[in-house]
Design a protein around this ligand. Structure first.
Ligand code: UDP
Length: 247
């Protein structure tokens, strides 16, 4: 739970400490199909966050008693590398990573056409190489692109970003300093094209007006992220088409 007061000054002369405006995203870089052994993959950078998502499947679900006779089971594993944080992160799952894995799976679930693959498993991994707050949103963005790269039938892409409150102002896409010393943090995931929210969490307190303003900010940013995800996928597949033509 966030503190009620900010003890560090996070806004100076109308700018955030990293020079961004209140409604500005960090830089985003997306590379599709970066792993040879995975069925689909994506490298995603959001400022200083670096994540690789890998998708395997659809493949046979083990253990068999966990199969769903009507549709595929989606497994999501969010994991932070020991070297991804300031202090060495103890390897292996903890409460936080189990929660983020569950939330991320639920954020993606509405777009995956699981009914096409009864009794099968679709495995999604989000491996954090470097973290600077917003890692769950970066993981969801990467996983969404990796699922599309794996050729999993999807209704659409999911895009995700966090908004929050620092020094009494609603701002987009908190970095770690802002997340640690801010008053509230609200990660949102959505299907941008239809404005359908698939996940929303909140740490801290917001008034109704702040919540509404934050949601509007997040929705606008998810539209921007959606366009970047789409462009990265189109570029990747137009490249492979060109390659085929050359051969
Ligand atoms: N963090 C860390 N060690 C941990 C967990 C988190 O250093 O064991 C840092 C990391 O930079 C992370 C940030 O705290 O990105 C915010 O974590 P939070 O739980 O709010 O999730 P996130 O914003 O990354 O989705």
């Amino acid at each position: 739970m966030k503190g009620e007061e900010t003890e560090v000054e996070l806004i100076k002369e109308g700018k955030r400490l990293d020079g961004r405006g209140f409604e500005e995203l960090r830089h985003i870089k997306i590379d599709v199909g970066v792993l040879k052994r995975a069925d689909g993959s994506c490298y995603f950078e959001l400022g200083d966050n670096k994540v690789i998502a890998a998708v395997y499947g659809p493949r046979e679900m083990h253990p068999r008693h966990a199969q769903d006779a009507k549709m595929a089971v989606v497994k999501f594993r969010y994991n932070m590398a020991p070297f991804s944080t300031d202090d060495r992160k103890r390897p292996g799952p903890d409460r936080r990573s189990i929660e983020i894995s569950k939330v991320s799976r639920e954020a993606l679930d509405p777009v995956i056409m699981r009914e096409y693959y009864p009794k099968m498993a679709i495995e999604v991994y989000a491996e954090l190489l470097q973290s600077d707050a917003g890692t769950r949103t970066a993981g969801i963005n990467a996983a969404s692109v990796a699922l599309a790269d794996a050729g999993i039938p999807m209704r659409d892409l999911v895009s995700s970003v966090a908004v929050g409150k620092i020094d009494g102002e609603m701002v987009l896409d908190l970095n770690a300093m802002e997340d640690n010393h801010g008053e509230a943090d609200m990660p949102v995931a959505m299907i941008a094209r239809t404005n359908t929210i698939t996940a929303l969490q909140m740490d801290g307190r917001l008034t109704k007006e702040e919540f509404e303003r934050g949601l509007k900010l997040a929705m606008g940013a998810c539209h921007q992220i959606y366009e970047l995800q789409r462009t990265a996928l189109i570029e990747r597949y137009s490249k492979s088409e060109n390659k085929k033509e050359e051969e």
